[in-house]
Write a protein that binds this ligand. Structure first.
Ligand code: H2U
Ligand code: ZN
Length: 351
């Protein structure tokens, strides 16, 4: 047996995610596998600016009977089918440590990003996206001030393959009395790191990534978009603030503009990858709203897109991923190289 030197670009290895304390498996040698499946382009329907059947368009009636105002800026409303309710009685049921439950209170909202039914974030103007960020900030503050709300999860499900029910550009907010699993894991890891180093985990991480430049996708004055070293999804990315802002509450006007700018640029990059409106689940992770100071929390936004090889071939998180650990073939560095090679102009505009 020859003893080769370990090469991270070729050999199976695992990478540690310091933000949540979990490992992922990387198998770079497999990305050389032949691919005989289809690589097809999809023909996208052109949508009208206004759709009378859309429950998110201005002036239309929603399923529950409420009528949307004729809004012309980002508009939010309480979800007609909220998963959380604000009047749930308090109470815990714990027969013993094998049957534990706890009541949860909360508020769910839907945010229409634009009155235009036919747009998506990468096709909106930066100052229009800035208004979405303004509304996120307002909602984070207002919901967070509520005694009962300890965490505000802002997210966007885009594309029918992500279970998004309506192409009208929109996102959601679920604000809850509990800190849910994913942010809770990040809370623990960031706190531990901050106590040890006196700086946020993502400040140090970002500094090192900026030196290496291997996984950096886009930079502006206030934010950086990159593929994290520990990315799970083939084209998973993260937007990180340069300043260690713990939440939207601390954003200046310029920072809100900066987030809008990088959100647009990143989603243009995504759309250009397979020349399709790129599906993903994206969401903001920021400090809990439990009334405590959270200097350890560093604002970031995750993007988890399922597409792998073409507009139709997606990665499945099944088998080993479900039972053992997430796994990827193409490395984070390879994916970053691929994304960086794309035009900064949206494919629909360059045709
Ligand atoms: P998606 O982002 O996954 O498409 O979900 C849209 C949300 O809109 C969903 O949570 C809500 C659904 O409950 N909704 C309303 O609040 N009112 C409606 O009339 C239809 C859908
Ligand atoms: Zn619509």
């Amino acid at each position: 047996m020859t003893i080769e030197k370990f090469n991270i670009e070729e050999h199976p290895h695992r990478r540690f995610n310091p933000l949540n304390g979990e490992w992922i498996l990387v198998s770079p040698h497999r990305s050389k596998r032949p691919w005989q499946g289809q690589v097809e382009k999809v023909v996208e329907e052109k949508r009208p600016e206004y759709d009378e059947k859309c429950y998110l368009c201005p002036g239309n009636e929603r399923i529950g009977g409420h009528v949307n105002p004729k809004y012309n800026e980002p508009y939010s409303f309480v979800n007609d089918f909220s998963a959380l309710l604000n009047d749930t009685p308090e109470g815990a049921v714990s027969e013993d440590d094998l049957f534990v439950s706890d009541s949860v209170r909360g508020i769910c909202k839907v945010i229409c990003f634009s009155p235009r039914h036919d747009l998506t974030v990468p096709e909106m103007e930066v100052d229009e996206i800035k208004k979405v960020v303004d509304l996120w900030q307002k909602e984070y503050r207002e919901l967070g001030q509520n005694e009962d709300i300890n965490f505000v999860q802002i997210f966007e499900n885009k594309g029918s393959i992500m279970g998004c029910s309506n192409p009208h550009p929109h996102g959601q907010i679920w604000a809850s009395s509990m800190v849910p699993n994913e942010p809770q894991k990040e809370s623990v890891c960031q706190k531990e790191y901050y106590q040890k180093h006196g700086r946020t985990l993502l400040s140090n991480y970002l500094e090192k990534e900026l030196e290496k430049q291997e996984r950096i996708l886009i930079e502006n004055d206030h934010f950086v978009a990159l593929i994290p070293y520990w990315a799970v999804w083939p084209f998973e990315t993260m937007i990180v603030s340069r300043r260690s802002l713990s939440s939207l509450d601390q954003f200046s006007e310029e920072e809100k503009m900066g987030l809008a700018d990088i959100y647009k640029k990143l989603t243009i990059m995504y759309d250009n990858l397979f020349e399709v409106s790129f599906a993903y689940s994206a969401g903001i992770h920021q400090a809990p709203t439990d009334g405590e100071e959270h200097p350890e929390w560093h604002f970031h936004m995750h993007f988890y897109p399922p597409l792998l090889r073409s507009a139709t071939v997606k990665k499945f998180m099944v088998g080993y991923e479900m039972l053992a650990s997430p796994q990827r073939d193409i490395t984070a560095e390879g994916a970053a190289k691929r994304l960086r090679s794309l035009s900064a102009i949206h494919y629909k505009k360059s045709k």
